[in-house]
Ligand binder design. Sequence first.
Ligand SMILES: [Zn+2]
Length: 270
Amino acid sequence: MFDLIDFKAVLVIALIFIPLEQLLPLHGEQSVTRRHWLNDVFYLLFNGIVIKFGMLLVIGVAMLLIERFVPVGLTAAVQSQPVWLQAIEALLIADIGFYLAHRAFHAVPFLWRFHAIHHSIEEMDWLAAHRVHPVDQILTKSASFVPLFALGFSAEAVLIYVLIYQWQSVFIHSNTRIGFRPLKWLIASPQFHHWHHANERQAFDKNFAAQLPFLDLIAGTLFMPPRMPEKYGVDQPVPQLYHQQFVHPFVAAAEPVAPIGEATPAAKPD
Ligand SMILES: [Zn+2]
């Protein structure tokens, strides 16, 4: 049974990223205790519990539905490969799943209500990475994991992917100016993902991949100019506290839609 809250991992991540953001800050004026940081600590500690149970349910049901359609020869071929090759393939397949789900969460107004919680981040840092609505995270992560389990990737290969994903997802949100200049098309960096969160019209609906920017390059959704964003977030109102953010997408979805022509706040940047 997995730990509901992995306090050791939380401590290690904090002890690495807090000093790193002080040593190599992107926005040097930003404080460790910036606005809403305590709310994001709550996400860091407790949101994972909801996500883990949700993922078990969604992935379990999805596997029951699709497992019988996957040819045995295919899973045998996947498992016959060395672990390092499986890990590379798992990373690629999982990030394609992530890209598609993430793009859907931007494109479909009902899904955007959940993803807007993550995009309400106005000061990017390692802690802000954890502000994700459980529905958003459960479905997006399931889109990454279901193909890996369906194709029969080994536990070791999936674990390597999970470790890379966990560290990189914190890193790409962090307030650091670390870049991968020659490899910036291959490995997602703060430069790549900060632009995804930028509140600038030309950056809206860009950089959907979690780890592999070339997926956006191929799909025509890459945006990485040689500067960094000044402003992050969304213009639409998003409540500030965890319990409010949890119910907000459901309540907003239940509100009657105003007739065309009447003032309706933009559901998403477009
Ligand atoms: Zn997004």
